[in-house]
Structures are given as C-alpha cells and as structure tokens.
Write a protein that binds this ligand. Structure first.
Ligand SMILES: NC(=O)c1ccc[n+]([C@@H]2O[C@H](COP(=O)([O-])OP(=O)(O)OC[C@H]3O[C@@H](n4cnc5c(N)ncnc54)[C@H](OP(=O)(O)O)[C@@H]3O)[C@@H](O)[C@H]2O)c1
Length: 256
C-alpha cells in the first residue's frame, strides 16, 4: 500500500470522544488519537485540571481537543457530552468507553451503593454513550471501543463487582457489533492487563500481590504502561482494523 493511502486510513480528520480521559489510559488514548490527527473530546468527571492538562499538551503539539465534563453514570450528562461534541465539532467517528472507577472492596464490605455506582459507570455509561454515538456517526460509519477490567484474573481480592460490571461489556460489544455492522459501525472491546496508572496507584495495587503476580506471569516481564494500550486502541479505532468487530482483544503482556 502506498504511504499516502496508508496515512488516509489513520484517524486524520476524524472526531473521537474518549470518556475518562483526564488521566491514565484514557489520557494516553486521547493523546495518541490527537497525534494521529483526530480531533478529540477529552471527557472527565471531576478532574478538570487533569483534563485541561491533557488538552493543552495536545494543543502544543498541534492537536485539536476540548475538555468536556460529564459524569457518564447519568444519562442526562451523557446527552450533554454528545450535545457539546455536536456543537463544537459537528460530527463523530469514534467513541472510546474508557471511564471507570478502580476500587477493590472485600465481599463483606459490598453494599447496594457499591454495586450501583460501578454498574452505572461501567455499563449504563457505555450503553447510553453508544446509543448517542450511533446517531452521531455519519454514512461512513464509525468505531466504538469498550474498555473492560481484568480484575478477576489475579489474586487481588475485592475486584468482583468491578470485574462483573465491566465483564458485561464483552456481551454488549458482541450484540452492538451485530446490530450496527450493517451501518458500518464496528464495536470492539479491549481487556488490558495490569497497567500503571493514577487509578491503580491510588488503589494501592502497585504495592500489592497483584503487581507481583502480573509481573511474574508476564512473558513480556513487566506490567503495562498507558501507551501500550493506547497504541492498540488507535489501531482498533481506525479503519486499519476495518475487518475486526465484536471481538475482545487482550493486551496483557502475554499474561493468561
Ligand atoms: N489500569 C489497569 O491496570 C487496568 C486494567 C484493566 C482495565 N483497565 C481499564 O482501563 C480503563 C482506564 O483505567 P485507568 O487505570 O486509566 O483508570 P484511572 O487512572 O483511575 O482513570 C479513570 C478515568 O475515568 C474517569 N472517570 C471515573 N468515573 C467517571 C465518570 N463517572 N464519568 C466520567 N469519567 C469518569 C476519571 O475521571 P476523573 O478523574 O475526572 O474522575 C479518569 O479520567 C478503565 O476502563 C479500566 O477498567 C485498567
């Protein structure tokens, strides 16, 4: 393939929303998409300063981005996120459902609230964001990526709710891919292994047995960095992955 044709398949000129992009994996995905020429909506819930930092870092490298606050656990705020995108950039090609709460809670400490909140962020959010995204994608179609947690794999106790609530994203991905395929909208999920992010550090995982487990079991010999995930997300978001839909891709340094 000629270099010019190859470049045209990249996200140049496309518009992406990345939820939960004020830090961690979402910030890296947003930054990598902008570096490839996409205009990016950097969504955040509470960390305005973090989102503004991500946007200005992109701007200094010539990227186009805006920060939009919206708590994706609430349908009215999701609606506002898409309305702001429509208002500022007028179209949508890619959605990355990345926002999440990283929380470990022993089984006996789980209350109704500790189930509702992750389910709303991890499942309700992607369902309604997808509902809006498919209405905003044009005749060229688009790409949706759902990010799921892998908390059920290692010895870290207390990841059951997080794992269950994001595990449902794999079924959602498959169902949406089937429904939206005829409209040229591809839906994929990613299942990262342990990645060093602000959320992981705040949850104490870097000092936990989970980290030792993930490092010792990884053929790659290390845990992940946000850019390890972001580069794959850019591939999945772009038409370079035009024959992939409905799949969940593990990006875990070889940990099984
Ligand atoms: N790091 C890992 O080891 C790992 C492994 C497997 C999967 N993942 C997945 O990768 C994704 C990113 O994880 P991460 O480690 O980068 O997390 P992180 O560092 O904790 O960042 C989480 C992001 O989500 C946002 N967020 C949280 N609740 C939100 C809400 N209700 N509405 C909108 N945004 C919200 C946060 O925004 P504010 O700061 O504004 O609240 C922040 O930008 C998640 O889907 C996670 O399940 C991570």
């Amino acid at each position: 393939m000629k270099e010019r044709e190859r470049k045209m398949r990249k996200p140049q000129g496309k518009v992406a929303i990345v939820t939960g992009a004020s830090k961690g994996i979402g910030a890296s995905i947003a930054t990598h998409l902008a570096a490839e020429g996409a205009a990016v909506v950097v969504n955040y819930a509470t960390s305005k300063a973090g989102a503004d930092r991500v946007v200005s870092a992109m701007a200094t490298r010539g990227g186009k981005a805006i920060a939009v606050q919206a708590n994706v656990a609430h349908t009215a705020e999701i609606e506002r996120l898409f309305a702001a995108t429509e208002h500022v950039v007028g179209r949508l090609d890619m959605l990355v459902n990345n926002a999440a709460i990283i929380e470990f809670r022993p089984r006996e400490g789980i209350t109704e609230e500790h189930v509702y909140t992750p389910c709303n962020v991890h499942l309700l959010g992607p369902i309604f964001a997808t509902q809006h995204a498919v209405q905003h994608c044009g005749s060229e179609g688009g790409s949706i990526i759902n990010m799921r947690a892998a908390a059920s794999r290692g010895p870290q106790p207390g990841g059951a709710v997080s794992s269950a609530s994001t595990g449902a994203l794999e079924s959602l991905t498959r169902a949406c891919a089937n429904e939206r395929g005829p409209h040229k909208i591809r839906v994929k999920a990613m299942r990262p292994g342990l990645v060093e992010t602000e959320g992981v550090r705040a949850a104490g995982v870097m000092e936990s047995p989970e980290r030792t487990y993930s490092t010792s079991r990884a053929p790659c010999g290390r845990i992940g960095q946000p850019s390890d995930i972001a580069m794959v997300a850019v591939f999945l978001a772009s038409s370079d992955s035009g024959w992939i839909t409905g799949e969940t891709l593990r990006v875990q340094g070889g940990v099984r």
